[in-house]
Design a protein around this ligand. Structure first.
Ligand code: NAD
Ligand code: LMR
Length: 327
């Protein structure tokens, strides 16, 4: 039997957790022949821990062959102990009328504490993926607390935005989703994010030729993808959960697959003009499991450069807002 991968998940009794854990345990994230141990972390309140017990009962009842153990805890030192992957989902979601950055003051402190504990107790090969909003800046906060783990171990998720952009392009072109390739997300997981449509292809042709409607690409397309989270909150009364969990499965699976090309928020995307200290979405290629190189070859026209400058500014503004939490 392969050695089990220890996967710590915060917010395990929350909405995303309820969609995510079953996908991890079924093998969707690490492969059907890879055993996993789930280390489930919640807040120290009876209601949350009771709900977590219920989720664990359901995981038992699925009889997933690759689920080799579960730890249920409200103590991050126990939950992150020896974790190979730490999936930081637990945080407050926004409500109607809020932007994700409005959550920074409440959520930021969660990530200062967790970054420190992960650095102290997680496995030597620890990798961290941040989902709790605002994800890019929370990731920066967590990474800033690490002394042992280098910044490249910390990623934030923009895969939901990539999936959304791919789906919108396919719908507009009237093609199967799989015909759309090379659509990548630059910058912040916020309405300023930039899905670089000029590099996308549809059935091997430039998406801009197949769709041939620059007003739509520069307007409603960007608007729909950038504000999709808010549209879901308005419709459901709750933020996206199943699609977010699915995107996290994609994010980690692509990071574990050498050769995979995908959008991830990482530090150091200066080749595209991002500040050296922020975590910005960019296209990456997975080199070895858990490690990536930024794909730097994409040319940006003036429209794209202006969009990247705007999302970079938002990221540096968020960094300034949390300056006292860093380091
Ligand atoms: P939720 O409120 O349903 O669940 C969050 C859970 O986290 C709760 O059970 C809560 O008790 C727990 N929690 C809070 N603080 C914690 C801590 N310090 N340690 C451990 N657990 C903690 O929320 P949700 O819908 O699951 O969303 C979780 C987060 O993910 C939100 O911040 C949301 O905005 C974000 N999100 C991000 C994306 C993305 O693409 N990056 C997509 C969807 C949602
Ligand atoms: C999303 O994009 O669906 C999430 O970030 C939730 C939100 O607040 O929009």
């Amino acid at each position: 039997m392969k050695t089990p991968i220890r996967v710590a998940v915060t917010g395990a009794a929350g909405q995303i957790g309820y969609s995510l854990l079953f996908r991890i345990a079924s093998g969707a994230m690490f492969g059907p022949d890879q055993p996993v141990i789930l280390q489930l972390i919640e807040v120290p309140f009876e209601k949350a821990m009771k709900a977590l017990e219920g989720v664990a009962m359901e995981l038992d009842d699925c009889a997933f062959p690759q689920l080799k153990g579960m730890v249920l805890t409200d103590d991050p030192r126990v939950g992150f102990k020896d974790a190979n992957w730490s999936l930081l989902v637990g945080a407050k979601p926004r409500g109607p009328g809020q932007e994700r950055a409005d959550l920074l003051k409440d959520n930021g402190k969660i990530f200062t504490a967790q970054g420190q504990v992960i650095d102290e107790v997680a496995a030597d090969d620890a990798r961290v993926a941040v989902v709790g909003n605002p994800a890019n800046t929370n990731c920066m906060i967590a990474a800033s607390k690490a002394k042992r783990l280098t910044p490249d171990r910390f990623t934030a998720m923009v895969r939901l935005d990539q999936n959304r952009a791919q789906a919108q392009l396919a719908k507009k072109a009237g093609v199967d989703l799989t015909a759309v390739k090379d659509i990548f997300i630059y910058g912040n997981h916020s309405p300023t994010m930039f899905p670089a449509f000029a590099h996308a292809t549809i059935n091997g042709k430039p998406a801009t030729e197949v769709i041939n409607d620059s007003a739509w690409l520069q307007g409603p397309f960007l608007e729909t993808v950038g504000k999709r989270g808010a549209a879901i909150i308005a419709a459901r009364g709750l933020s996206s959960a199943a699609s977010a969990a699915n995107a996290l499965v994609d994010h980690v699976r692509s990071l574990m697959t050498p050769g995979a090309i995908h959008s991830v928020a990482v530090k150091g995307a200066t080749a595209y003009g991002f500040d050296a200290n922020v975590w910005a979405g960019v296209p990456v290629r997975t080199t070895t499991p858990g490690s990536v190189e930024i794909i730097t070859g994409y040319e940006m026209d003036d429209f794209a450069k202006a969009k990247i400058a705007a999302t970079n500014k938002e990221l540096t503004d968020e960094r300034a807002m949390v300056a006292e939490m860093l380091g």
